[in-house]
Design a protein. Structure first.
Ligand SMILES: Cc1cc2nc3c(=O)[nH]c(=O)nc-3n(C[C@H](O)[C@H](O)[C@H](O)COP(=O)(O)OP(=O)(O)OC[C@H]3O[C@@H](n4cnc5c(N)ncnc54)[C@H](O)[C@@H]3O)c2cc1C
Length: 390
């Protein structure tokens, strides 16, 4: 892949950079609900200026630009250190899934409010007994009149507390082989049969939730990809999750690394010198720089594969696995440099400039979006072509 930007791609990047500089919304409020609404307002502002859904078709409210321009956007928005967009799951996963598998009516109905952040999306896949082995899920959907009634429990549902729509995977045919008995629903979260209970994480935040479904109702028109086809649709969602996020994440690692170097320069090491003078710290920093560059090149390799095949491939699994290892190693080094000061999360808990917060949040990186072990299996089987385990 040629990594130089064409004149029009460069013009797009320059225009976006200038816009982000002029419109940066400032620092995120600390309080949880306030910070989510801040992110929603920020996404609206981008949308109103024509910067949402860069590669989505114009007829659904997107910009109709290329995947390269989408990748440039994903990089620049992180580089500018703006807050994360509120509808991250709708943008990265829900929208692309509806574009790939939805009917024309569904695309027109659901895509524009994802972009404007008027309707937030969440992902109801994992259950207490089904995470890695997702196809074993038990949430049941049974036919009733002109729709479906759904009963079961989901867990780790990020942003369920803010969401209007849930990408819900449920079993519609318990007699079919397990991958074939699933369907993919868009479930309205604003109904009596849906209860959301927050789960607090090690960082003190409650990003995710338990989801209790007791006779929740979904009309027939809200199945995506047809009854019994839920597994294929869910795979599309997961592929997009890993591939799309990889682009912004490799930039966030490069930024974090610069900050880590500054942290090492400012922090005391041994013999009255800065930590950055310590040969072991320097070796770890150098190794992280090499890994960050590999991450960047692999993100472009994944983009190139998507441009050729039309859909993200399993390379996204490699990128996500590698990113989680690099981010964990990076935050561990930051903690080693901080020494006892790392214990000072109290009172300064949530916030991007806090290494302790980042270290604790990074523990989830090798679990969320597929655990490292599962991603290694995918890479072994689908990238390297090794024999299947089962
Ligand atoms: C921050 C965060 C946000 C999340 N958000 C969402 C969300 O919005 N929606 C959603 O649906 N889910 C969400 N998840 C759930 C996430 O997808 C699951 O946690 C993940 O898929 C693992 O499932 P599990 O927790 O049930 O672990 P398990 O599947 O029980 O795995 C336990 C351990 O066994 C290992 N293991 C399991 N099977 C194998 C195997 N075949 N080979 C080798 N090792 C194996 C795993 O790697 C892991 O180490 C989130 C998780 C986190 C941490």
């Amino acid at each position: 892949m040629d990594l130089t930007l064409s004149p029009s791609e460069q013009a797009f990047r320059d225009e976006l950079r200038a816009w982000l500089e002029a419109n940066h919304p400032g620092a995120l409020p600390r309080e949880e609900q306030g910070s989510f609404e801040f992110r929603r307002a920020w996404q609206r502002r981008l949308h109103d200026a024509g910067w949402a859904g860069i590669s989505w078709p114009e007829r659904y409210g997107g910009r109709g630009a290329s995947l390269i321009e989408q990748a440039i956007f994903n990089e620049e928005i992180v580089r500018a250190r703006t807050p994360q967009l509120a509808n991250v799951l709708g943008l990265a996963m829900g929208g692309p899934t509806v574009i790939a598998h939805g009917t024309e009516e569904q695309r027109q109905r659901y895509l524009p409010p994802i972009l404007s952040a008027d309707e937030i999306w969440c992902q109801g896949f994992s259950e207490p007994e089904s995470g890695s082995d997702l196809a074993s899920l038990k949430t049941r959907a049974t036919r009733s009149g002109d729709g479906w009634v759904i009963t079961g429990q989901k867990v780790w549902t990020t942003y369920a507390q803010h969401a209007k729509w849930c990408m819900l995977l449920a079993r519609t045919n318990p007699d079919a082989p397990r991958h074939q008995g699933l369907s993919y629903f868009l479930m309205d979260m604003e109904q009596e049969g849906v209860q959301v209970r927050p789960l607090r994480q090690i960082t003190g935040e409650a990003e995710f939730n338990e989801l209790f479904l007791e006779q929740a109702r979904v009309p027939e028109s809200n199945i995506i990809g047809g009854e019994g086809n839920g597994w294929a649709v869910a795979i599309t969602t997961l592929m997009h999750e890993r591939a799309t996020l990889a682009f912004g994440l490799q930039v966030s690692v490069q930024i974090a690394l610069q900050e880590l170097v500054e942290h090492a320069e400012r922090s005391p090491g041994s013999n009255g010198r800065a930590a950055a003078a310590d040969p072991l710290v320097r070796q770890r920093l150098a190794q992280l720089m090499i890994e960050a560059e590999v991450l960047r090149l692999n993100a472009y390799r994944g983009l190139s594969a998507t441009m050729q095949g039309g859909v993200p491939g399993p390379e996204g699994s490699l990128a996500k696995w590698h990113w989680s290892e690099v981010n964990q190693a990076l935050t561990e080094l930051a903690m080693d440099i901080s020494g006892v000061r790392a214990l000072a999360i109290e009172g300064d808990g949530v916030g991007d400039n806090n290494w302790t917060y980042r270290f604790l949040r990074a523990r989830a990186n090798s679990i969320e979006g597929g655990t490292t072990e599962i991603l290694k299996n995918i890479v072994a089987e689908r990238v390297l072509g090794l024999p299947r385990m089962r």
